[in-house]
Write a protein that binds this ligand. Structure first.
Ligand code: HAM
Length: 423
């Protein structure tokens, strides 16, 4: 038997219904925030991610799915959504002819060759947003409010919003120098990867998966102590606007995030649910004021986040949140024999196009097993079509709950069902 590839999963049944419900909620929420739907390709030129996500990040050094296509091009399956959206923003010249800020949202599969475990997959889905063209702290706060409000709409309670700031370029450089000075005497205590990171990008030492528990990492200098006045003001404004939005947060000075493109605000929302497991970061993001320029666009500020759908679904399960999914159908249509089949198909299609959830017998079952099937499908009404019904255009409709039987003229079926189903 051929099995699914390691780190992937199938969606079906109850999980599929819940997922669709959450996806629709996201779509509605994005409409309310007035974000525009974007869809970019699942594969892009490899150098987009090398330059966009950062050469020294774990994602690029260890986790991308890279291959050569038949035209000998270097292609990468996207490990995240930001780089592709930035490319699209630049390539489609949205800085020139679009309403500013451009507020984009996206949803789709991402691929990372990570060690699979609970909450960590090789193919996973992200919902994310990216907003370009405003350096106002209001938009940082607004971006943070999106996942928080989605969790609120879903009734998810066990969440914790962690925020921090890396500051602008000047502050980041001061911080980088401080880190180099700090780690220099401790290089031998670090893992092999971190020795490399020390030379290339010392900030990445702070989110090393191996060294994260070492005291030298925990006691490392904090970004917050290296901010210039402008960066301090930006962070103060973010906090002020979050409070105006009634969003509770914790300033976590150790939060630096695992991607290279951030400046100023960074944030993560964590599930604080008993027993949730180590992969408890439900979403993360921040501001990236250099990325558009780094990818050959004009200097443009950006801010965004992405949320792992699988972790969100697990969190809903852990909190036993019941979603209002539909588990029953309105009508089940039974043609008594092949002679009534086309007549029954016509009714079935007509009802579906009029908004009813309808199923039909596909297996030419006998009446008894058709009623069993109707129960399995949780149908509210059964429409039985025999010779007599076909001749007279008067249908036999049985209420599958009360077992009451009705004779309804074919022209009145829609009104009848509308009335009964709204009772
Ligand atoms: P990220 O922190 O790498 O950020 O991923 C965002 C979220 O995706 C994580 O918090 C997690 O919920 C989910 N996630 C990441 N990797 C996996 C995995 N292997 N399996 C399951 N879920 C996973 C980004 O991707 C940035 N692009 C976010 C961003 C957007 N920053 C600015 N704009």
């Amino acid at each position: 038997m051929i099995q699914k590839a390691k780190g992937t999963y199938d969606v079906y049944g109850e999980y599929g219904k819940k997922l669709l419900y959450v996806e629709e909620l996201i779509e509605g929420l994005m409409e309310k925030y007035n974000y525009e739907y974007f869809r970019t390709p699942i594969f892009e030129s490899s150098n987009l991610f090398h330059r966009g996500v950062g050469e020294t990040t774990d994602i690029v050094t260890k986790e991308t799915y890279d291959f050569k296509d038949r035209g000998d091009r270097d292609i990468t399956l996207r490990p995240e959504g930001t780089a592709g959206i930035v490319r699209s923003y630049i390539e489609n010249k949205m800085y020139g002819n679009h309403i500013t800020p451009v507020k984009a949202w996206y949803y789709g599969p991402m691929f990372r060759y990570e060690r699979p475990q609970s909450g960590r997959f090789r193919e996973f889905y992200q919902f994310g947003v990216e907003a370009f063209g405003s350096s106002d702290a209001l938009i940082d706060a607004e971006v943070i409010s999106i996942p928080v409000n989605l969790y609120k709409l879903l009734g998810l309670k066990g969440i914790k919003v962690n925020i921090n700031t890396l500051g602008d370029n000047e502050s980041r450089n001061n911080y980088r120098n401080a880190l180099i000075e700090y780690f220099r005497p401790h290089i031998d205590e670090l893992c092999e990867d971190c020795k490399e990171r020390f030379n290339k990008n010392p900030l990445r030492i702070l989110d090393c998966k191996l060294d994260s528990n070492l005291d030298i990492i925990k006691n490392a200098p904090k970004t917050i102590d290296y901010l210039n006045d402008l960066s301090k003001k930006h962070f103060e404004d973010v906090k002020k606007y979050l409070s105006a939005m009634h969003i509770e947060y914790v300033v976590n000075p150790n939060l630096v995030r695992g991607l290279d493109y951030y400046t100023h605000t960074v944030f993560e929302v964590e599930a604080s649910i008993e027993g949730f497991g180590s992969q408890n970061v439900l979403c993360g993001g921040g501001r990236y004021d250099n990325l558009v320029e780094m990818l050959d666009g004009p200097k443009t500020s950006g801010v965004g986040f992405a949320m792992g759908m699988e972790r969100l679904m697990t969190a809903l399960d852990y909190e036993k949140i019941e979603l209002p999914i539909i588990n029953d159908i309105d009508c089940y249509v039974i043609p008594m024999s092949d002679n009534e089949k086309e007549f029954a198909i016509d009714i079935c299609m007509d009802l579906r196009l009029n908004g009813f959830i309808v199923d039909i017998d596909y297996l030419s079952r006998n009446l008894k097993s058709n009623f069993k099937q109707a129960d399995r499908l949780n149908t509210k009404f059964v429409i039985i079509i025999g010779e007599e019904e076909k001749e007279s255009n008067i249908l036999t409709i049985k209420d599958n709950v009360t077992k009451e039987e009705y004779k309804v003229k074919i022209d009145n079926v829609i009104d009848f069902l509308d009335e009964k189903l709204s009772e």
